[in-house]
Design a protein around this ligand. Structure first.
Ligand SMILES: [Zn+2]
Length: 171
């Protein structure tokens, strides 16, 4: 029964045990995180941290945090292999520079927004005999229309009629 269970749980040694050439025992601390089909994942971690250190670090962690720890160790190890001088610090500092640059851009954009708002408010208050002005600008034409419909136009009509009359009489 035990043999059966082990065969089902770990049919092949995990990538770590394979690299270390040891028997992958049931409950191997590496097995859940370093499957046999990803040998390079453990190779870099082993190269940078050393298998026994990785083992120790994983043993010290509660099981639910081990996956995250492995992810970060794999990331760090790969970065160190790629960039032996800066490792993942190279990536971190380059991202930090991007953040700084973007924050500067953001601050400039926000300052521009404030500037534009202030200008907009200023131009409103210029018109600003202002809240009245929109209705004023609307009103002249409407006043004209009204006045055309009303007495002024009537008087014009009268005058016109009179002049027409005069001209008609003179003709
Ligand atoms: Zn193993």
């Amino acid at each position: 029964m035990k043999e059966n269970g082990r065969r089902q749980g770990a049919p092949a040694p995990c990538a770590a045990c394979k690299l270390l050439r040891r028997r992958c025992a049931e409950g191997c601390v590496f097995a859940p995180y370093f499957p046999a089909d990803e040998p390079q994942k453990f190779a870099n971690v082993h190269k940078v941290f050393g298998a026994s250190n990785v083992n120790k670090m994983l043993q010290e962690l509660p099981v639910h945090q081990r996956g995250d720890a492995v992810s970060s160790m794999v990331y760090e190890a790969n970065a160190r292999v790629r960039d032996p001088v800066y490792g993942c610090v190279g990536a971190i500092s380059s991202l930090q520079q991007q953040i700084d640059a973007l924050q500067t851009q953001l601050a400039l954009a926000q300052a521009e927004v404030v500037h534009l708002r202030v200008r907009q408010t200023a131009s409103f208050s210029h018109h600003g005999f202002g809240p009245a002005s929109p209705s004023n600008s609307g009103s002249p034409s409407s006043k004209l229309m009204n006045s055309q419909a009303k007495p002024m136009f009537d008087m014009d009509m009268v005058v016109d009629q009179a002049s027409f009359g005069e001209s008609m009489w003179s003709c």
